[in-house]
Structure formats: structure tokens, C-alpha cells
Write a protein that binds this ligand. Structure first.
Ligand SMILES: NC(=O)c1ccc[n+]([C@@H]2O[C@H](COP(=O)([O-])OP(=O)(O)OC[C@H]3O[C@@H](n4cnc5c(N)ncnc54)[C@H](O)[C@@H]3O)[C@@H](O)[C@H]2O)c1
Ligand SMILES: NCCCC=O
Length: 424
């Protein structure tokens, strides 16, 4: 209950300072203030949710023959390391620290060097909320700092959010110390639109699946499979909407797309688009540098959101995570065919299906190889639901009750009420 009170107070402070924190997050990352507000809301909800679970952690009592019994205790792991990506800096820190602290651990958190600011505010908030000094710590730095933390003998667990190659290195380092890891990695998720869908809903779902945070979202549904008989109509509607996305100063109320995180990321996205064209895809809209009129924004890393048509499954833009505002549209004919193609990926973070046929919706998600599946929506993140990947998208979960298991260990106590029956 003591942990719960600290988390609840931290959530209250975040709520109270939400406008300031959202503004700082926009400056930190470049996402629109509109989206940053949602991130901050999800963040305080996360702390509230785990505050609720903190007081209810309990073991099991098990009766054994002869009056003997056993019981289990759920115990903290110790010092947990959190290593975060730059796309959701404050929210990722809350997704990790909420369950870690609720379970009785301490945390050392390393944000991405591209977004170092807001997690420091989170550390101040935890202190103000009554967390003892040293319970939640921030260490700034890049790869070498992450490696130092991952190899440190005093660290009991590593929770990592980032790319597959770095995740693989983290796992290797953790294996040397036999440390548990949670890996929240990248994705190339399928979004399947059946022709019986509510078209407007499906188009809105595809927009949500591709263009939040300048397309730099791990679970984005970037492989949009559309049933052939609605391909033309769907594509026209998507392109119309994408052209209307307001790009510009992310601190302005009506902006929906700010700059990408940095120059290398922007160049990487352009290289994917160039490669897509060379492999035969057609740019239906966007994919160009965008120079805002406002003088102070001219050096920003802006681009116009892009839709690619005439895509094929074996194109690089369809197989690899782009991590930018680029949607690839792929036609399909049958359910069986689309399932096979959707699952033909080394990733398995998320997937979505739009259909009015309820049986089909559940049948399809049951066959999708993805940890987070959406039916008739995409990219909503309720803290009550576990989030995480299959295959190379990682393992372990964030959010939901199950995450407590990833931040604690189970001790079993066996109690003898009779005499020891020695065989010697
Ligand atoms: N599954 C999820 O929940 C989720 C959420 C957000 C982002 N992501 C993924 O993250 C990637 C983008 O983020 P990124 O570019 O920051 O990823 P990244 O792997 O380059 O870096 C992530 C973090 O790891 C640190 N790091 C880099 N090299 C390291 C090393 N050798 N040892 C220890 N730490 C190291 C970085 O400094 C950063 O803090 C994308 O692939 C995206 O899909 C996944
Ligand atoms: N909605 C937050 C998803 C985090 C992945 O990038």
C-alpha cells in the first residue's frame, strides 16, 4: 500500500502538470502536442493502474498431505534497468517504471540520447511523490552506457525497448549474467481490410495505423492488405486523407505531423522510398521533403506522409521496418491467402483486421502470428491490456496484470508439520 500511495501521488502530479509535460515531450521528440497530450494521459493511467495492483500482490497457500502446506511469495527482483527508445520517451519510462516500482524493485532508466529530457522530469516527480532517493534513477548516454548497465553485476533485470539488432545484443549481454529480459522490439505489422468493412472506419484505422508520431511507431500496421474489390475506393479515400494531414510546428494545436526525430532517420526513410520506386512501387502521394513556411522550422526534419501502391510482398519497403510515415498497400483476394502473406514476416508485434463478419474477425486473429491484435481499430493502448511481440518483435509484456510477473520472482516455501521421514 505504501508503494501504491507513491505511484498514485506521482500519477496525480503528472495529471496536474500534464500540459507542461506534453509541451516538453513535443520539444523532446517532435510529435504533435495533440499526440503528446495522449501520451501523458496514458502515462499517468499506467502509474494509477499499477498503484492499484501494488496492494493486491499476494502468494498462494497450498495444502499438502498430513497437515503440511506450502506457500508462495512474490518477491521483487532488485535493481531493474530500463532502456528506452525515442518515439514515446515519457510513456515508455512509465510503462517500465510503473510495474517495476509497484513490484518493489528499484529502477535505473536510460532514455535514448535523442530524447533525454522528459524522463528526468519523471524522476523528479517520483521524488516529489515520496519515492525514497535512489529508487528511480536516470542515467543519460548512448550505446556504451546501455552496455555498461546491461553487463552490470548488480542489475537483476533488463527491460529494453528498441530495435531488433540492439535487442539481440542486450539478450546476449544479459545471458552472461543469467538475467531475465523483456524485449519490446520492432515490427512490420499487417493490417487486413476485408471488403465487408465499414469503409470509413477502415480508412480511419489505416490512418491511425500509419501516421501517428510521424510513422515512428513500433506496432504500426504498415503492410495494409486490402481485398481487391475495394482496393481502388479504399486507396482513393486514404490518399485524400493523407494529403490533408497538417504538417508543421508540432506545438500548434492543429498540427498533426511534426518533424522526424533526426536527419539520419529522415534520410533512411527517403532511401526506403527511393528503393521502393526502383523495385516497382508507385508513390501515390508524399514521400518528399517538406519545407515549412515558418522560418524557424526550415531546418526541421520534415517530410510529406507517403502512400505506396503497386507493392509486392518481396519488396524491401514491405519486408523491412521503415519507421517513418510510409504506408504500403497490397491487394489480396482470399482470407487464406492473406493470412499466409500477413504471417510471412520475421516480426510479430501487432496486427489488425477490419470486417463486419464477427466470426471471421476472431478466426483471423486466432491465426495471426502477433502479440497485439486489433479488431476494427488500430493503435489504441489501454494500460489494462498486455502489449508485446511474437517472433523477432521480442518477448515479455508491458501493461496489464501479467507484467507484474516480469518484474518479480516467485519463492516457494514448503512447510513440514510432521516428522522428517529420512531414507538414511
Ligand atoms: N515494441 C515496442 O514496444 C517498441 C516501442 C518503441 C520502439 N520500438 C522499436 O525501437 C526502434 C527505434 O528505436 P531506437 O532507434 O531508439 O532503437 P535502438 O535500438 O537504436 O536504441 C534503443 C535504446 O537502446 C540504446 N542502445 C543502443 N545500442 C545499445 C547497446 N549496444 N547496448 C545497450 N543499449 C543500447 C539506445 O541508446 C536507446 O536508448 C524501432 O525498431 C521500434 O520499432 C519498439
Ligand atoms: N502506443 C505506444 C506504442 C509504443 C510503440 O512504439
Amino acid at each position: 500500500m505504501e508503494r501504491s500511495r507513491v505511484l498514485l501521488e506521482a500519477a496525480r502530479i503528472i495529471r496536474e502538470r500534464s500540459e507542461e509535460l506534453a509541451t516538453m515531450e513535443t520539444i523532446n521528440n517532435g510529435k504533435s502536442i495533440f499526440e503528446a497530450r495522449v501520451d501523458i494521459e496514458i502515462s499517468w493511467q499506467t502509474l494509477e493502474y499499477y498503484a492499484g495492483l501494488a496492494g493486491s500482490m499476494a502468494g498462494q497457500h497450498v495444502q499438502l498431505p498430513g497437515g503440511s502446506f506450502g506457500y508462495t511469495r512474490r518477491e521483487p527482483l532488485g535493481v531493474c534497468v530500463g532502456i528506452g527508445a525515442w518515439n514515446y520517451p515519457f510513456q515508455i519510462a512509465c510503462w517500465k517504471s510503473g510495474p517495476a516500482l509497484a513490484s518493489g524493485n528499484a529502477m535505473v532508466y536510460k532514455p535514448s540520447p535523442f530524447t533525454p529530457i522528459t524522463v528526468v522530469l519523471l524522476a523528479e516527480i517520483f521524488r516529489e511523490a515520496g519515492a525514497p532517493p535512489g529508487l528511480f534513477n536516470v542515467v543519460q548516454g548512448g550505446a556504451s552506457t546501455g552496455e555498461f548497465l546491461s553487463k552490470h553485476p548488480d542489475v537483476a533485470k533488463i527491460s529494453f525497448t528498441g530495435s531488433v539488432p540492439t535487442g539481440s545484443k542486450i539478450m546476449e549481454m544479459a545471458s552472461k549474467g543469467i538475467k531475465p529480459v523483456t524485449l519490446e522490439l520492432g515490427g512490420k505489422s499487417p493490417l487486413i481490410i476485408f471488403s465487408d468493412s465499414d469503409l470509413e472506419n477502415a480508412v480511419n484505422g489505416a490512418m491511425m495505423a500509419n501516421f501517428l508520431t510521424q510513422g515512428q511507431v513500433c506496432c504500426n500496421g504498415t503492410r495494409v492488405f486490402v481485398q481487391s474489390n475495394i482496393l481502388q475506393k479504399f486507396t482513393e479515400e486514404v490518399v485524400k486523407k493523407v494529403k490533408k494531414i497538417k504538417i508543421g510546428d508540432p506545438l500548434l494545436e492543429d498540427t498533426r505531423m511534426g518533424p522526424l526525430i533526426n536527419r539520419p532517420q529522415l534520410e533512411k526513410v527517403f532511401a526506403f522510398i527511393k528503393g521502393a520506386k526502383e523495385q516497382g512501387a508507385k508513390v501515390l502521394t508524399g514521400g518528399e521533403p517538406y519545407i515549412p513556411e515558418d522560418q524557424k522550422l526550415k531546418a526541421g526534419f520534415y517530410m510529406t506522409p507517403c502512400v505506396l501502391g503497386d507493392c509486392k510482398d518481396d519488396m524491401t519497403c514491405v519486408k523491412e521496418e521503415i519507421f517513418g510515415p510510409v504506408m504500403s498497400i497490397l491487394p489480396f483476394d482470399t482470407e487464406e491467402e492473406v493470412l499466409e502473406r500477413a504471417n510471412n514476416s520475421t516480426y510479430g508485434l501487432a496486427a489488425g483486421v477490419f470486417t463486419r463478419d464477427i466470426q471471421r474477425a476472431h478466426r483471423v486473429v486466432a491465426s495471426l502470428q502477433a502479440g497485439m491484435c486489433f479488431i476494427n481499430n488500430y493503435n489504441v493502448s489501454p494500460v489494462e491490456l498486455p502489449f508485446g511481440g511474437y517472433k523477432k518483435s521480442g518477448f515479455g509484456r508491458e501493461n496489464g496484470q501479467v507484467t507484474i510477473e516480469y518484474y518479480s520472482q516467485l519463492k516457494t516455501v514448503c512447510v513440514e508439520m510432521g516428522k522428517v521421514e529420512s531414507v538414511f
